[in-house]
Design a protein around this ligand. Sequence first.
Ligand SMILES: *Cc1c(COP(=O)(O)O)cnc(C)c1O
Length: 339
Amino acid sequence: MKEIDWANLSFGYMKTDYNVRCYYRDGKWGELELCSEETLNIHMAATCLHYGQEAFEGLKAYRGKDGKIRIFRPDANAERLQSTCRGILMPELPTEKFCEAMKMVVKANERFIPPYESGAALYIRPLLIGTGAQVGVHPASEYMFVVFVTPVGPYFKGGFATNPYVIIRQFDRAAPLGTGTYKVGGNYAASLRANKMAHDAGYASEFYLDAKEKKYIDECGAANFFGIKDNTYITPLSTSILPSITNRSLMQLAEDMGLKVERRPIPEEELSTFEEAGACGTAAVISPIQRIDDLENNKSYVISKDGKPGPISEKLYNKLRAIQYGDEPDVHNWVMVLD
Ligand SMILES: *Cc1c(COP(=O)(O)O)cnc(C)c1O
């Protein structure tokens, strides 16, 4: 194998040796199968292609200083996938089977797990799709679960840094009683235009307000939002945001550090009061926010006056990464260590 420049990998697809598949037929899930084929052979009338019966997940495996391989909270991803399945009428994959598949795919591709020193990780992408043919709008009777991996570089190539975000009012990612709480591809299709507008204008990502009133903070692109002030970690309560496992973990760590944690609607104007703020998700853990512009209202909420990440964000970031890589004890039992 050609030497991989781990530290400079982007968030892209790299072919690895194996993926793992599991089929749902006749009302039950089959056995996990190791596969070296990159393509899927599915019916052209599969429901995933026409009616968006598609769910995905995203998590990472890390190689520790001790050489051990750790997967971060796979049981939480399994449960979130089950919630998505209930949301779009797909059969739920049991947690045990999901975690077994994670182990199997990571072990089979062990040579693609980046070394500890690189700060890179192995990204794991589980996918569950309706494969049964259907022309009328109905859930499929057959499904396929696939999980592949790809090594990804450290998110911050030049060190932990802040980024500017922009509120987009023309488009909504998800409706209040829609599929925003489920990890489905349709939400991403709905976000592509807003995301392109933000990138074209030089921002790290788009920022969504709640779709109904356009008054409260919803999400930061495909990441959750949190703000910090008065020793309190504050994150939005909304019926259209995706429950981020990173956010859930950060809330716990914030509490462990003696911060108060609040989950409540956050009005846009409150942005001007935060001492620190960030976007959080598996890709970056935390992407600290420099400022948030509301171009239509001629407003700019500057969060970081000196342009640097705040001390609490940095502490939370370091703490979570240390647990993921096994540098610090895993007191909450989040990590699955491979044997
Ligand atoms: C996946 C995702 C997140 C982040 O979730 P994590 O579990 O922390 O990776 C946030 N928002 C959206 C819309 C997502 O799809």
